[in-house]
Design a protein around this ligand. Structure first.
Ligand SMILES: [Zn+2]
Length: 137
C-alpha cells in the first residue's frame, strides 16, 4: 500500500500566505481580503471563496510584537554600544517606532495567518461545500 503525499485538492501554503500578506484572497490572489483595517470580507469578490471561517485571533498582534520587539531591541543595543545616545533621544525615536511599526505589520500579518489557515483547511476552511476553493467547485 502506497501513501500519496499530494492530492488533487492540495492548497499550497506559500502562495496562500503570500497572497494574504499582500492583502489579497488566499484562494485566487485577485480580490481584496480586507473590507476594513482588520475586518476580512465574508466572501472573495473574485472567486467567492468564504473568508469568514478564519480564526486569526491573537496570533497577528503576537507576531507583530515579536518582530518589532526583536528589531527595536537590536537597534537599541547597537546604538548604545556604538554612540551612547541620550535617554530622551531613545524615547523620541523608539516610542513612535514601537507604536507605528506593529500597527503597520498588523494587517499583512493577519492576511498571512488567514492565508495559512485557508491552505491548511483550518477552522471550517476545509469542511463542507461552503469551504471549497474555486478550483474545487
Ligand atoms: Zn478569491
Amino acid at each position: 500500500m502506497s501513501v500519496t503525499l499530494t492530492d488533487a485538492n492540495e492548497r499550497p501554503m506559500l502562495p496562500a500566505a503570500m497572497h494574504g500578506l499582500a492583502g489579497k484572497c488566499p484562494a485566487c490572489g485577485k480580490a481584496r481580503l480586507f473590507k476594513g483595517f482588520l475586518k476580512t470580507v465574508d466572501r472573495c469578490d473574485a472567486c467567492g471563496a468564504p473568508m469568514h471561517h478564519h480564526r486569526a485571533d491573537d496570533l497577528p498582534p503576537y507576531l507583530a510584537i515579536l518582530v518589532v520587539g526583536h528589531l527595536l531591541i537590536g537597534v537599541m543595543i547597537h546604538l548604545d554600544m556604538v554612540w551612547h545616545i541620550a535617554p530622551m533621544t531613545y524615547l523620541m525615536i523608539m516610542v513612535p517606532l514601537g507604536i507605528v511599526l506593529p500597527l503597520a505589520l498588523l494587517q499583512p500579518l493577519k492576511g498571512m495567518v488567514v492565508g495559512m489557515q485557508w491552505a491548511k483547511r483550518m477552522h471550517g476552511f476545509g469542511s463542507g461545500r461552503d469551504a471549497a476553493s474555486p478550483e474545487e467547485q
